[in-house]
Ligand binder design. Structure first.
Ligand code: ADP
Ligand code: MG
Length: 322
């Protein structure tokens, strides 16, 4: 058990690579570059809501940063800085060491400087703030989708939600599939490189944290367009195929959440470019729908264009439980 200051010194004070001044003073100092906008986002993970008591601190450190980097990816911003506000029930040094290990593993991968934060006593809660850089005017926004755009998704959705079914004891899958799904839930990989490469190519983007249909719905409403999502075009990985309940599989794919994939729209004449970027990144992308004029919402359709109803559209912390 250590003091607040020794924990900060030992685990969170690292030499900044980009910042003028990092952890240790009253504020960090960042360079404001001409022609660059800073993309800023914050996300909280609370014990009991986002993870269960006793969750692996190394995985929590990774995920707390990953979900924030995913927001930067969705804007097409290059990650640069992070702040970390930690509320801890006690100064458990082994917990902090493992948490820092998971956090900095991902921070180093993307050259992110941890430049500040706060450490307090209280119920376990992790709040990360990230700042990313994007050339002025080139951020990928939710309100940029245009009729005639294709709708794309990176990777595949649904595995993390199946992972949650498994860890909560409602589903059994063969070992390899189960491990894939649980890893997607615990240690998501933010699509940072893809977001950056889509600047100037995609018209709009969002990261899928609350469920594909719910998040694509946000793009539809922000852009004032209708977006059709074709159920038959959604990618089905081996792990998803291992789930033998087709209703559960579809529900997880379109409404599961915690995917941290990117959904984006791009003009049809840039299809080849999108596919080339995906090939260069070894990250599959699938064309799963289309943007059109019409009521500003996302609709799931079958191969004949008929509406497909789904049991659950996405996660809302304040929605009544079904
Ligand atoms: P103050 O009381 O002036 O806000 P603190 O004593 O809370 O400063 O923090 C000292 C320094 O350590 C500050 O630079 C702060 O940003 C940094 N810091 C505190 N907690 C964390 C943390 N969990 N991760 C990174 N930096 C932290
Ligand atoms: Mg303080």
């Amino acid at each position: 058990v250590g003091s607040e200051f020794s924990l900060i010194e030992k685990y969170f004070r690292t030499a900044p690579r980009k910042a003028a001044l990092g952890v240790g003073d009253d504020c960090a100092l960042l360079y404001a570059k001409p022609g660059v906008q800073l993309a800023v986002s914050t996300d909280v993970l609370n014990e009991g809501t986002h993870f269960t008591a006793g969750a692996d601190p190394r995985k929590l450190g990774h995920k707390a940063l990953a979900v924030n980097l995913s927001d930067l990816a969705a804007m097409g911003a290059d990650p640069a800085y992070a702040l970390l506000a930690l509320s801890l029930p006690l100064a458990d040094e082994a917990w902090v060491a493992a948490f820092a290990d998971g956090f900095f593993g991902l921070a180093r991968q993307y050259g992110v400087d941890l430049v500040g934060g706060d450490t307090t006593r209280g119920p376990l809660s992790i709040c990360v703030t990230v700042l990313g850089e994007v050339p002025s005017g080139l951020a990928l926004r939710r309100d940029g989708a245009q009729p005639g755009d294709d709708l794309w998704v990176s990777g595949a959705t649904g595995e993390a939600a199946l992972g949650l079914e498994i860890v909560q004891g409602r589903l059994r899958l063969p070992d390899a599939a189960a491990q894939t799904c649980i890893a997607r839930l615990d240690t998501p990989a933010p699509r940072v490189e893809l977001g950056g490469r889509l600047r100037g190519v995609a018209h709009s983007a969002i990261d899928i944290s609350d469920g594909l249909l719910a998040d694509v719905g946000h793009v539809a409403r922000a852009s004032g367009v209708a977006i059709r999502v074709e159920a038959n075009a959604l990618p089905v990985t081996g792990a998803l195929a291992a789930c033998e309940d087709p209703q559960l599989r579809l529900a997880c794919m379109v409404g599961g959440g915690d995917d941290y994939e990117l959904a984006f729209t791009a003009p049809a004449d840039r299809r080849d470019e999108v596919l080339l970027i995906a090939a260069e990144l070894s990250l599959p992308v699938h064309r799963i729908g289309a943007v059109m004029r019409g009521e500003a919402e996302a609709v799931l359709v079958d191969r004949h264009g008929g509406r497909v109803s789904v049991p659950r559209r996405g996660y809302d912390h304040f929605a009544a439980t079904p």
